[in-house]
Design a protein around this ligand. Structure first.
Ligand SMILES: C[S@@+](CC[C@H](N)C(=O)[O-])C[C@H]1O[C@@H](n2cnc3c(N)ncnc32)[C@H](O)[C@@H]1O
Length: 296
């Protein structure tokens, strides 16, 4: 190492050394490298608030790891499919600001209650509406030129909630919803797979409009098994977002979340292949426009 560079580092003991020229986050080199592994096992601590009735929450501790990597303190985080506000609770815990949009009134109310209870010192705002209008909503909440540093979100996995019969029964038994809403703007209600891919991409066009140049987007999603075949939803999500003309994202990577604590279910035994799908995809994309040149 060049001895002149020595002054750029702060020694944080066990955490490693923090480089003052780090452009992206508040992590040390050691922490940075650890997060770049292409898979992780995440067993979240049991939620204290397990009464939160939402069928597809992701753990705050998981989303915190992503927020720590892709933002610095006081940056702005967006979640266009807010659900019960896991992303914004994580953002608030880490002293980041955030905005979330949720269509379903019940989940919006849950989010609102959770955020109020948390008394964050940072600015956390939520809106009840459709993210198909996201850029308009954000320009009203902030201003027309406002841009986010980072988006992390988990969209509906097409209409998976409605049709996965064994898991569906478990959800019913736990008193959870088996669809998010009856709302026509709920993209989880779209029957056609191709139409879902297009509308989901339209929402990420909206996210693109309100993202800073070089800002990242993480989408947690999965391929889905339906009617005897695998629909490559995670792959099609990645591909579709890179082919959006002036709103095209650059696909950077995937991180695989391995869920090795899920029970195995007897699927297709003695008959035919049906997998126990115990992983999810975390797709990493970035808005990269050449500096100063606006794409048409
Ligand atoms: C997979 S869940 C997100 C769960 C969230 N990550 C959590 O931990 O609670 C997807 C959410 O997207 C919402 N949603 C569906 N279509 C939407 C739309 N057009 N605009 C905003 N929210 C929408 C659903 O109501 C649902 O709560």
């Amino acid at each position: 190492m060049n001895p002149e560079n020595k002054n750029h580092y702060i020694d944080l003991g066990e955490r490693g050394k923090f480089n003052l020229r780090n452009k992206l986050n508040n992590l040390t080199g050691k922490e940075w490298i650890k997060f770049t592994k292409s898979w992780f096992i995440h067993r979240p601590p049991r939620r204290k608030d397990d009464e939160i009735l939402h069928p597809a929450k992701y753990p705050e501790s998981l989303v915190e790891d992503f927020i720590k990597f892709f933002t610095k303190e006081n940056d702005w985080v967006l979640d266009p499919f807010l659900g019960t506000a896991s992303t914004l609770i994580a953002a608030g815990n880490l002293n980041r600001n955030g905005i979330g949009i949720e269509l379903n009134k019940t989940y919006f109310k849950t989010s609102s209650d959770r955020i109020k209870k948390s008394k964050f010192k940072n600015d956390i705002k939520i809106h009840n509406g459709s993210s198909l209008n996201l850029s308009k909503i954000v320009s009203k909440i902030k201003d027309k030129d406002f841009k986010f540093d980072y988006t992390v979100t988990s969209p509906p996995y097409w209409n998976q909630l409605e049709r996965n019969s064994i898991r569906q029964k478990n959800r019913k038994d736990k008193g959870l919803d088996t669809k998010y809403s009856e709302n026509e703007n709920d993209i989880g209600n779209i029957k056609s797979y191709d139409e879902f891919i297009e509308l989901q991409a339209q929402i990420f066009d909206e996210v693109y409009k309100v993202t800073k140049n070089n800002g990242y987007l993480t989408i947690i999603t999965n391929n889905v098994y339906y009617n005897g075949k695998l629909y490559p939803l995670a792959y099609d999500t990645a591909i579709s977002l890179t082919k959006r003309g002036k709103f095209s994202w650059v696909l950077k990577d995937e991180k695989i979340w391995l869920q090795d604590d899920k029970p195995l279910i007897a699927l297709g035994v003695n008959n035919a292949w049906v997998g126990n799908r115990h992983h999810q995809f975390c797709l990493i994309l970035r808005k990269e426009e050449p500096d100063g040149i606006k794409k048409l």
